[in-house]
Design a protein around this ligand. Structure first.
Ligand SMILES: [Zn+2]
Length: 133
């Protein structure tokens, strides 16, 4: 099933087209051209949706753990916040690349691509014309 192939390859950090090359070349930077098959992986958008997916997952997973910890152990809210905030931060930073890879893989699976007209329009913007506004 192609709809699941894209996110699966994305989460495995593999090229969406061939499944062998690397999708990312850094923490969140997409490798523009696959070194194995030459596919343009940068044309598939993720925009802010990966951040929304990450926030959704972190909140739904860790808030339940926080409620469980609050019910199980008697701790002050200051201590609970001091423990929970770094865990939330680390979980968010750990999940964000995988969410971005899955979103890019889903974009590839459904055929969503960046709008070349909109991106060329913003590339051609004249900075002096904007300053006159
Ligand atoms: Zn490839």
């Amino acid at each position: 099933m192609v709809v699941l192939t894209g996110p699966r390859r994305g989460i495995c950090r593999a090229c969406l087209a061939c499944g062998k090359g690397r999708l990312f070349c850094g923490y969140l930077a997409v490798r523009p051209i696959c070194t194995v098959c030459g596919n343009d992986n940068e044309q598939y958008p993720s925009d802010d949706f990966a951040s929304y997916v990450t926030i959704f997952l972190v909140l739904h997973l860790l808030v339940q753990a926080l409620f469980f910890a609050d019910r199980t152990w008697a701790m002050s809210s200051l201590f609970g916040g001091a423990v929970a905030m770094p865990i939330f931060l680390l979980a968010t930073l750990a999940l964000l690349p995988f969410a971005k890879e899955a979103v890019i893989g889903f974009s590839w699976a459904v055929g969503a691509k960046r709008n070349p007209v909109a991106s060329s329009w913003t590339d051609d913007l004249d900075e002096s014309a904007l300053s006159e506004l």
